[in-house]
Design a protein around this ligand. Structure first.
Ligand code: AMP
Length: 464
């Protein structure tokens, strides 16, 4: 069955609650999507064709996504920050039939079309979307997600997080990434729940929105920003039943401060473009800071080679079906028995909870020893004067790589290195600490360690 029909039930229930007080109902959403689907077909889109979109966040942009599903096309969202030459790469690689940049203009043109009555039939195995990974190293890869995979993940999350028609979702995430596009929208759609619809995260509208909402999904930086605002109080959060965080690691200090401020604990979950959501802390039961919780029902999770700590491998109904036009890369990233090598390093404790220690490519090998940045970051984060730290490996003439840290905060470098050294073996302790006001992050709040490695790359090699 077409994912569209599994997600959308036309009704007079509000779908979008807009900042100017206007509402758009589920019936209007369905009507807009059906007209746009008709226009897509009129423009020559046939099942399996890619429809690319680099659009500002708006209800029209959501209708375009749904229209692509309904018309049997494969939706390809692109980050609004991409430059023309970056977009060129995606368009050349994905060869879309159509590239939409102005969703409002497309909606206006579609208004003249008769709504497409029945969705183009699609099976679970048919492609629904291609999501290009942020690609911090090498070429960006297009993860192919099917109607079946997206549906399986949506229903699992809807249940795991207890969504119902009584919920109101605060939506302040971008919709070019799986988090805002699939995780958030699909959970709301499955309950025909309204969404407080914000184009981006801004303190005042988010605080006002919390008073009307029951669930918020955010990246960790949203929570950091809320906590920095004195207006974010226990009362301001009192209407909310659930705060969810993902797309980047949530600092334990953020989790603790949030709990202290609001009396509520943030539910952290773990996911990626290639599998949408993989693990989640429980709705009922303890949410533990630093752990991303349990594998979702139906997800098999193991550590590569049966090691205690290592690359996390997963298998399950929401795992992608490969990288677009990259059969060799796809083959490389799946094990012979069908598990996807996530590239994230972690462990699973005896209770089944999963703990992520970072990306495999961020692992530091110093003097032949493996150093996991997370272990050092946790220690640095505890030191006075440090708000957040990012530990990286930098080329070093003797050790191959040496451990260095870039920290938000202030302090005496030598004293801080000495303090870290008390808790860490010499090969793990940072050899240099750089103090900064902020760390470079991508749109989802992930620290871009590749940029840090570039910036500080010659620290130990200059002059050798
Ligand atoms: P993306 O495909 O852009 O969504 O990035 C996925 C990556 O984000 C994962 O492979 C993880 O490295 C990271 N990630 C997502 N959620 C979490 C989390 N809760 N904790 C730590 N890392 C996370």
């Amino acid at each position: 069955m077409n994912l569209y029909d599994r997600l959308i039930t036309p009704s007079d229930r509000p779908c979008f609650l807009l900042p100017d007080g206007r509402q758009i109902t589920y019936a209007q959403l369905a009507d807009g999507a059906a007209r746009m689907a008709a226009l897509l077909i009129a423009k020559g889109v046939v099942p399996g064709d890619r429809v690319a979109a680099q659009t500002q966040k708006s209800p029209d942009a959501v209708m375009l996504y749904l229209a692509a599903l309904k018309a049997g096309a494969v939706y390809l969202p692109l980050n609004t920050a991409y430059t023309a030459s970056e977009v060129d790469y995606f368009l050349t690689d994905a060869e879309p039939r159509l590239f939409v940049q102005d969703a409002a203009a497309f909606a206006a043109e579609a208004a003249a079309c008769a709504p497409l009555a029945a969705s183009v039939p699609r099976d679970d195995a048919d492609l629904a979307s291609i999501i290009y990974t942020s690609g911090t190293t090498g070429r960006s890869k297009g993860a192919m997600l099917t109607h079946g995979a997206l549906h399986a993940n949506a229903t699992a999350l809807h249940q795991a997080w207890g969504f119902s028609g009584d919920d109101v979702l605060l939506h302040a995430l971008p919709i070019f990434h799986v988090h805002g596009l699939f995780v958030a929208l699909h959970c709301a759609f499955l309950s025909s729940a309204p969404m407080v619809w914000l184009a981006r995260f801004e303190d005042a509208p988010v605080l006002a929105g919390l008073a009307k909402s029951t669930v918020m999904m955010g990246v960790p930086t949203f929570y950091v920003r809320l906590l920095a605002n004195p207006g974010f109080t226990r009362e301001a959060a009192a209407h909310m039943r659930l705060f969810i965080s993902g797309s980047a690691p949530l600092l334990e200090s953020t989790f603790a401060e949030f709990e202290q401020r609001t009396g509520q604990s943030i539910l952290e979950r773990y996911g990626m473009s290639e599998a949408v959501i993989i693990t989640s802390n429980p709705l009922h039961g303890d949410r533990i800071a630093g752990s991303v919780g349990y594998p979702l029902p139906g997800v098999e999770l193991r550590i590569e080679g049966g090691a205690e700590v290592g690359v996390i491998e997963i298998k399950g109904p929401s795992v992608f079906s490969g990288y677009w036009r990259m059969p060799d890369k796809t083959a490389e990233d799946f094990t012979p028995d069908g598990f996807f090598r996530t590239g994230d390093v972690g462990r699973q404790d005896e209770d089944g909870r999963v703990w992520i220690s970072g990306r495999a490519k961020d692992l530091i090998i110093s003097g032949g020893y493996n150093v996991y940045p997370k272990e050092i970051e946790l220690i640095l984060d505890e030191l006075p004067g440090v708000t957040e730290s990012a530990v990286i490996g930098l080329p070093h003439p003797d050790f191959g790589e040496a451990v260095a840290a870039v920290v938000i905060g202030q302090g005496d470098e030598a004293a801080m290195i000495a303090a870290a050294r008390e808790k860490l073996a010499a090969f793990k302790a940072p050899k240099r600490i750089f103090f900064v006001e902020d760390l470079p992050r991508n749109a989802m709040g992930k620290v871009q360690k590749n940029l840090l490695r570039q910036t500080y790359g010659e620290t130990f090699t200059a002059g050798t």
